[in-house]
Design a protein around this ligand. Structure first.
Ligand code: SF4
Ligand code: SF4
Length: 510
């Protein structure tokens, strides 16, 4: 079990709602961005003079732009239905991690400055001035929300705390209090093209290495092309897919599927990142700038289709906002959805019978599936409602003989966040990440004990990285997390692939 300088929650058979312990996570906050990480995003480098007035002005601006924000701040009736629905509350016991508690941090300031009652009778309506203590609380607790939207599923008014967190982070950025992790990463995307700062040469080398590995293993020359003009498909995938485990095994799988489907495809060094951290900081402008790279790459390469790899929030931005942010995409082939998810593509090929699949290749695993929040609650796949739940499971079942779902109250639209989404996947928030993973760990442990589950598949780069890191804190093996296309890759038998018999014959001959 990984060592921690904080208490690791004990996993229970059934989730228990903890007793409230105020202030337990008040100390938790990520590093503040230095000017060098703020300025490329057009935010002030540090806390500005007159920050209170500027923060209220920014709040007014957002209230004017996003009607939903005002509705969310006005409509809570304190019914309490959301209080035990956030994984961070369940893992930390801090009442400011109850969704309604988190919302109230912004709501009390909104009431003070934007409502009649709050202006004249603040105490009566729980309105408060925006002080430095309140700002510190905002910084701490709005960085303890992974913007997973689970609470909104249970709120009778559909209040979306994720949007409130995004607005709070945008206000803080505008007065010079940004988060280092997210803002540094967005800067790298502008400068180099991806979150990891992987330059074009390194990317080309990595892809060449992948081609050699796949050919050594299978005897088939599967290509992982970069910047190929005139290719049909532009694949936009999280940069973690280029080297990290188990992400890269997923990328190997995408390449094998494209190869067998007989389509031409390419990656782009300009759009070598699917992630869009502009969403996490609530900044429309930055979300747009990041998205425009994809449009530019698609135009320069002259592709007909855009397909996204396994990345949860990237799929949300792509599915829900890409057309608004960077469209119109009228230069693409109208026969295909804009954009498409790699799972939609793979499921389509499986249905067409293009892929030769040997399910027994995954017989050493009993697999369960973690629905990623942004895919489950903020997007869709395919043409049927609920396709975002059925398509990944259909693909897994088509390539694996042994699949088991976790408890119904922890999957589909009720899925629990991995604990590291929403821009919180940083080591300075390790305690929060481990504690926030508790509800998912409990559900996983139950299927391990009851059904012999050995592996959990995911379709989000953040979930995969988060689980790899937190599983050992709960005494579980970090390698048990796998990419869905890793399972596909294991099971595909490529046309002309060396069989085990061929290998044995070669060994005998040697
Ligand atoms: S959006 Fe998710 S992390 Fe944020 S308060 Fe709601 S349940 Fe918690
Ligand atoms: S469930 Fe909705 S209305 Fe009820 S307390 Fe939570 S946010 Fe307010």
């Amino acid at each position: 079990m990984a060592k921690a300088d904080f208490e690791i929650p004990e996993l229970k058979e059934y989730p228990e709602v903890p007793a409230v312990v105020p202030g337990t996570m008040a100390h938790s906050h990520p590093y503040i961005a230095k000017p060098e990480f703020q300025e490329p995003l057009n935010f002030p480098g540090e806390l500005v003079d007159g920050w209170q007035d500027k923060a209220i002005e920014a709040m007014g601006d957002l209230l004017g732009k996003y009607r939903s924000l005002q509705v969310y701040l006005d409509s809570c009736v304190k019914c309490g239905a959301c209080t035990d629905k956030c994984h961070y509350y369940l893992g930390t016991s801090d009442p400011k991690n109850m969704p309604v508690g988190r919302q109230d941090l912004l709501r009390k300031v909104y009431r003070r400055y934007f409502t009649f009652a709050g202006k004249y009778f603040p105490k009566l309506v729980g309105a408060e001035d925006l002080t430095k203590e309140v700002l510190d609380d905002w910084y701490s607790y709005f960085h303890q929300c992974s913007q997973c939207r689970r609470c909104s599923v249970f709120c009778p008014y559909g209040i979306d705390t994720a949007e409130i967190s995004m607005a709070a982070r945008e206000i803080m950025d505008r007065i010079g209090v940004g988060q280092k992790y997210c803002n540094e990463i967005i800067g790298k995307v502008y400068k180099i093209g991806n979150n990891l700062g992987l330059p074009e040469m390194a990317l080309a080398d990595t892809l060449e290495g992948l081609e050699e590995d796949v050919e050594d293993e299978t005897g088939v020359a599967v290509k992982y092309p970069l910047d190929v003009k005139g290719a049909d498909i532009l694949l936009v995938t999280p940069s973690a897919d280029f080297f990290a485990e188990p992400h890269v095994d997923g990328l190997i799988g995408y390449g094998k599927v494209f190869h067998e489907a007989g389509v031409s495809w390419t990656l782009s060094s300009k759009a070598s990142e699917a992630a869009n951290f502009g969403m996490f900081i609530g900044s429309y402008e930055n979300m747009r700038r990041v998205s425009l790279r994809i449009r530019e790459a698609a135009l320069e390469l002259g592709v007909k289709r855009i397909i996204f790899g396994e990345c949860g929030h990237a799929w949300r931005v792509a599915y829900s906002f890409l057309n608004t942010l960077a469209g119109p995409f009228d230069f693409l082939d109208p026969k295909y959805p804009v954009p498409q998810h790699i799972l939609e593509f793979t499921w389509g090929e499986i249905q067409k019978g293009t892929l030769n699949i040997d399910k027994s290749a995954n017989d050493d695993m009993v697999v369960t599936f973690h629905d990623s929040c942004n895919v489950a609650r903020a997007s869709r796949m395919g043409s049927e409602p609920g396709g975002q739940f059925t398509i990944p499971r259909n693909v897994i079942k088509a390539v694996c003989n042994h699949f088991v779902d976790m408890a119904p109250e922890t999957i589909h639209e009720k899925t629990f966040c991995c604990g590291g989404g929403g821009g919180l996947l940083t080591d300075d928030l390790m305690e929060l990440r481990v504690k926030g993973a508790k509800p998912r760990m409990e559900a996983l442990k139950n299927v391990i004990e009851e059904n012999g589950v050995t592996n959990m598949a995911a379709i989000c780069a953040i979930c995969k990285s988060q689980f790899t890191k937190v599983l050992p804190y709960y005494g579980l093996d970090m390698d048990m997390i796998v990419s869905v296309h890793q399972l596909v890759s294991n099971a595909i038998v490529l046309t002309g692939q060396d069989s085990d018999d061929d290998e044995e014959a070669e060994d005998d001959a040697a």
